[in-house]
Design a protein. Structure first.
Length: 227
């Protein structure tokens, strides 16, 4: 291995040890003046016998060094844990759990950060059935709707706490009109309604109710198949 070693060298080191050792590397970052810890290099070795966590730091001369992390949960918990109770963190995704057994189950099932989507197959002898046969039929009618709005600027003098996330309201979206298009299962347009006005919200509720009644009348009507 080369010294100082890079991520490729660590990959080779893990491969040569054949799943015996896994290594994660973390680094400091600053966001809005606050320091935090993020994953710089995440191991691909799952459930290794020995795991090592290293912190990558940079000195005044721009050279990088690795520092051994003795208490991983305590270091990561400074930014993930808002309580005084200890959390047990996943070495792959940094998610904290209140108990060790919950972390063990999380790793046993497969952390999505390293294993991707978790697949669970039915047990041998299980029977899978489909109950909602009506959902296999094509929807007889579909209603497509689109609203148009005007953006109006508003004054907001509300004082925000910059230590927490917040939303500043600066404009209102005022609806001015809408269009409704009813399409049947053969992709034919059954009805097309365009409405403009300050009372468009009330008109929308009224018209969509009328469309519903009309469609239900068509679906519940008995037709003579001989015609």
């Amino acid at each position: 291995m080369k010294y100082p070693c890079c991520n490729n060298d660590i990959d080779k080191f893990e491969d040569k040890n054949n799943g015996l050792i896994s290594i994660n590397i973390y680094q400091e970052f600053n966001y809005n003046g606050k320091a935090g810890i993020s994953v710089h290099r995440r191991t691909k070795v799952i459930n290794a016998k020995h795991h090592i966590s290293l912190l990558k730091i940079e000195d005044d001369n721009g050279k990088t060094h690795y520092v051994y992390i003795k208490d991983y949960d305590k270091l990561i918990g400074q930014q993930t844990n808002k309580t005084t109770n200890k959390l047990f963190h996943c070495r792959y995704c940094q998610h904290g759990f209140i108990r060790q057994d919950l972390l063990d189950n999380h790793v046993k099932r497969g952390c999505l950060s390293v294993e991707g989507q978790s697949v669970k197959l039915p047990d041998k002898g299980d029977v899978i059935g489909f109950l909602n046969e009506n959902r296999k039929f094509k929807c007889p009618y579909v209603v497509y709707g689109d609203f148009e709005c005007l953006t109006e600027k508003i004054e907001n003098n509300e004082q925000q706490n910059t230590d927490k996330s917040y939303t500043t309201k600066y404009q209102n979206h005022t609806p001015t009109g809408f269009q409704l298009t009813v399409v049947d299962s053969e992709r034919k347009i059954v009805d097309n309604i365009l409405y403009r006005g300050s009372d468009c919200m009330e008109a929308f509720c009224k018209i969509i109710g009328e469309i519903e009644k009309d469609i239900l009348n068509k679906l519940t009507k008995h037709w003579n198949v001989n015609n």
